[in-house]
Design a protein around this ligand. Sequence first.
Ligand code: TRH
Length: 388
Amino acid sequence: MPIQCAIYCTVIDNFGDVGVCWRLARQLANEHDVNVTLWIDDLVSFSKLAPSLNPNLAEQPLEKITVCLWHKDDRDRLSPTHQNPLDIIIEGFGCRLPDFVIHKMAQQAKAGKPPLWINLEYLSAESWAVDCQAMPSPHPQTGLVQYFWFPSFSEKSGGLLREANLIERRDEFQSNIQAQADFWSKLSVTDTRPFDRKISLFSYENKAIHALLDTLAADQQTTLLLIPEGKALADVSHWLGQTLSQGDCITKQALTIIVLPFLSHQDYDRLLWICDLNFVRGEDSVIRAQWAGQPLIWQIYPQDDEAHIVKLNAFIDIVATINQNDSWQTMMLTWNTANYVHQWANALNHLADWQIMAREWQAFLTAQPSLTTKLMQFFHLKHSLSDK
Ligand code: TRH
């Protein structure tokens, strides 16, 4: 009997929560033969990342996973795929499991078969997150134990989501001219050859976008800037003085801007692999950009009281343990804080050094086991202890 797992996820805003849970589900199913049911409360947002999903179906297979619409007030709904005892329950980003699931876990515990209850936390490079990895916490009413799981960048952390063959697939794509041409033609981008560099832009609203575009337009080198439809368009449209929408292609001096559709997960990876510099944001795209092995600038998800800047600095510091690059650090801060206003012209001259840093950093990370490998090791350890 395969291992049974349920993942619960709510979409608060943006795509990070569902993006991470979908990746996690696929890797558990594809690489560890786990039978996964993914409960999501917003299938419309999910279908943007997974275009073959039908947002009108309450339950459906998607690749090897069963996807269910999670109605928060539908207390007692158990999908047919959910009747079996569960081995692993993953609560994505503090989404609060429904009472009936807690009840089901308590019943299993009484029968001597408690599932492993994982509370998947947000990515952080801060040392406390690593210290709290796999920390147990008893549930006050039932005594069930939940374990906090912290994705991060060091051996002792919960690890990072990475498909087993990802780096090989990236290398193959980066060396395959025909595959790249097919990709551009799928995106209706006719000819990228005239451009000295290609940059992708995925960000929140960001005042720092104007200075970047000023520099790229005035630069000696030509740039193709690829923007998947989303929040960045407001600032770019403002800079251009015209409203952009999907399919637009506009040139201003040395800068050509193309607005892409929001891509599938697989195509977004390809975009990151093919660009010379990627602007990414949030939780998941920043990790995908690290697997791309190309220079990246990260807009971290903004939090109250500037808590995100502490997180950003923790990331900058941990990368510096592998390769210290001052111009990259300065531009990461410029992109995220109004206090830093350095121009891009000088920074772009350092792209070759950023590239070396990106490869060294990626090699450091890929030497570690992935999040799902660590999670399954933890499951088997707990399982063997509970059998004794
Ligand atoms: O959408 P985000 O801003 O998500 C954020 C963060 O996860 C943040 O931590 C969380 O608190 C907040 O949501 C609620 O950025 P992120 O994490 O990069 O997620 C974007 C997802 O969209 C990711 O899975 C990559 C995917 N994507 C595509 O599939 N196609 C695209 O064209 C693009 C631009 C992204």
